[in-house]
Design a protein around this ligand. Structure first.
Ligand code: ATP
Length: 343
């Protein structure tokens, strides 16, 4: 049975007089959901994961599994399995013994353990290497063994701390798919720490974005592109088009001119943002004359910098649209693609 994990007002300070590494974090992870804790280095992701695992006691707040606080439960009784950046396998044991270690510690019957180990190795496609030592495996294979070791104990919570960041790009995307598939198939509630925005977007049902120990936004991946909570959140997700202006009656007066919005916005000083891929080369409502200032061919798209009367905008267009530097174009900012942020 999958469990619900809740963090409520969780804070942690490493030094009594220091800044909190984690401040008042409240998120709820639904049964079987995979949540990514995302943010730059030092933002408190690992601290949060350790609090869930029971390796760190929070200075304030509560951690609940299916509504019951687990703060008094020691790590080994929380039924949480961890996977780290480094596989941390026992070098003198073979693959099967590494995977079965946790079961042996729990006194599981030998025959039962053997079949569970076999099944776990099958899931990570490592059956044929069961008798190898970790030193005889590649980095990716070692990480598969670490995953099998985590899953074989049938955990309620799967906690992963940058498990793919030591792997090269190709292997990383292959392992990403495997992690997702195993987590889905097993229905285990999972928390995945990463500083890689793309990894979080591909893997997670929801993303919790942290800056300096503070939760900035908790939502489905698409929402970080469509309706970022702040300019900083938008910037972390690659947004570069920001237009300052004054909003009133569904329009915003910007350096480009008056732009109409499709969604209601608060009256006053605002910042408008639009994704580079949402700009259109066409006339009509919210369109302006612009000049191509630079063009960078990226294979699947071309990145343009557009100079308009009062602002520079980035546009990502399909590669068949080839425009030269200096060319004059008409660019449109579709109202439904404009998102208003408070200033
Ligand atoms: P990274 O991606 O680099 O692993 P992170 O987001 O996981 O970073 P944490 O490891 O949770 O961040 O650290 C959050 C803050 O707490 C950082 O400022 C870090 O320097 C500090 N910190 C972490 N561990 C300790 C510790 N044992 N003692 C004191 N401060 C610590």
């Amino acid at each position: 049975m999958s469990v619900r994990l809740e963090l409520e007002g969780v804070s942690h300070r490493y030094a009594r007089d220091g800044d909190p590494a984690l401040a008042d974090l409240s998120i709820s992870v639904e049964p079987g959901e995979l949540v990514a804790l995302l943010g730059p280095s030092g933002c408190g992701k690992t601290t949060a994961l350790k609090v869930v695992a029971g390796l760190l006691a929070p200075t304030a707040g509560d951690v609940r599994v299916d509504g019951r606080s687990v703060l008094g439960t020691p790590p080994e009784r929380r039924r949480a399995a961890m996977v780290f950046q480094k596989p941390l396998l026992f070098p003198h044991m073979d693959v099967a013994a590494n995977v079965g270690f946790g079961l042996r510690m729990r006194g599981a019957p030998k025959k039962d353990s053997a079949s569970r180990v076999r099944e776990a190795l099958r899931q990570v496609q490592m059956e044929s290497l069961a008798n190898r030592r970790p030193g005889e495996l590649s980095g990716g294979q070692q990480q598969r063994v670490a995953l099998a070791r985590a899953l074989v104990t049938d955990p309620q919570l799967l906690l992963m701390d940058e498990p793919l960041s030591a792997l090269d790009a190709n292997l990383r995307s292959e392992m990403r798919d495997l992690v997702k598939q195993l987590q889905r198939d097993g229905g285990v509630t999972a928390v995945f720490v990463t500083h890689d925005q793309e990894e979080a977007v591909v893997l997670a049902d929801r993303i919790a974005l942290l800056f300096d120990g503070v939760l900035q936004m908790y939502d489905r991946p698409q929402a970080f592109y469509d309706r970022p909570a702040s300019r900083a959140v938008a910037g972390f997700f690659g947004a570069t088009n920001f237009l300052e202006g004054r909003a009133a009656n569904g329009t915003v007066r910007t350096p480009l001119g008056k732009l109409r919005l499709a969604r209601p916005a608060p009256t006053g000083d605002v910042v408008l943002t639009i994704r580079p891929e949402a700009l259109r080369l066409e006339g009509g409502e919210n369109s302006f004359a612009a000049r191509i200032a630079s063009a960078t061919y990226l294979g699947t798209q071309v990145d343009y910098t557009l100079e308009t009367g009062g602002a520079r905008l980035r546009a990502a267009l399909p590669p068949h649209v080839r425009l030269g530097v200096g060319e004059e174009v008409t660019v449109r900012l579709p109202p439904e693609s404009l998102w208003t942020l408070e200033r």
